[in-house]
Design a protein around this ligand. Structure first.
Ligand code: HPA
Length: 296
């Protein structure tokens, strides 16, 4: 009854309606896998950020099922270049794995409840470990474009939260602890994998802003003073729904550009995509070492 009075959430997607939409999306994915016994019941999902589509190479070429986001009910379709918008299901180290190639962002006009619909559908399918990747600007002056940062904490300055609205009690608790959101064991494995792959791995705090503009110099100064090492426009909503559902989270940020107050040129989306390609090769090398341990 209380839900009926909650017309205040502008997208109208909350409570039972949100739960219904998540189930509908999950059922559509399950249905697409019905003829592929080896790909059912995936426990691992990997979300690919801007320019990181090459990570799909980590899946065996066969068997694979590809599902365009547009074919999955209730999943929003992205409009940003570098985000293919396709769910690829395949085997990584012999285990069924979901690769979410491309994500939609709240700045495209979606609520964070909508933005996280596909991740929540994956969690409903039984995913217990979520690996997130994104592109970011490096606030930490020691970071160079093309380098990789392991996210060990986040600051949510997006102005929104996907868990706003009546709590979905069947999925998780009302008040989600976030002090240890980034699984310490997984981070240890990630550092070791980076060492074996010969990939330099920074570690630090990711700050999420809503975007879509890149930051002003005054904002960059503030974000660094707040304790940020990298800044971007995604990932935090996905971490929140995954932690709400009790899944383990590991997240990598690809620093595609310097984002210090004294930067000597303005960042462009083209630069982000180009440097994403450079960094993606490093991330693929790291994940190739890491995946067998994640699915073990
Ligand atoms: N700021 C915000 N998001 C980003 C950046 C940036 O400098 N680079 C890539 N994503």
């Amino acid at each position: 009854m209380q839900e009926a009075r909650l017309g205040a959430l502008p997208d109208g997607i909350y409570g039972q309606e949100l739960e219904r939409r998540i189930d509908q999306a999950a059922n559509a994915i399950r249905d697409s896998l019905r003829h592929q016994p080896d790909l059912q019941a995936p426990r691992l999902a990997i979300v690919l950020g801007s320019g990181l589509g090459d990570v799909v190479e980590l899946l065996d070429p066969e068997p694979r099922v590809r599902i365009a986001y547009g074919e999955i009910p209730n999943v929003p379709i992205g409009s940003v270049g570098g985000h293919a918008g396709e769910l690829i299901v395949g085997l990584a180290a012999g285990r069924p794995t979901l690769v979410l190639s491309g994500r939609t962002h709240a700045y495209e006009g979606y609520s964070q409840r909508e933005v996280t619909m596909l991740v929540r559908a994956c969690l409903a399918l039984g995913v217990r470990t979520l690996v997130l990747t994104n592109a970011s600007g490096g606030l930490n002056p020691a970071f160079d474009a093309g380098e990789v940062m392991l996210i060990n904490d986040t600051i949510n300055l997006s102005g929104d939260n996907p868990l706003v609205g009546p709590n979905l009690e069947a999925l998780g608790p009302r008040f989600v602890p976030m002090t240890d959101a980034f699984d310490a064991d997984l981070r240890r494995l990630a550092r070791a994998a980076a060492g074996r792959a010969g990939v330099q791995l920074h570690e630090g705090v990711y700050i999420m802003l809503s975007g879509p503009n890149y930051e002003t110099r005054a904002e960059l100064r503030m974000l660094r003073a707040l304790g940020g090492d990298a800044v971007g426009m995604s990932t935090v909503p996905e971490v929140l729904v995954a932690r709400h559902a009790g899944a383990r989270v590991l997240a990598f940020s690809l620093v595609t550009n310097k984002a210090t107050e004294d930067v000597d040129h303005e960042v462009t989306h083209e630069e982000v995509l180009a440097m994403g390609k450079v960094g993606a090769a490093r991330l693929v090398a790291l994940l190739r070492e890491l995946l067998p341990e994640l699915v073990a």
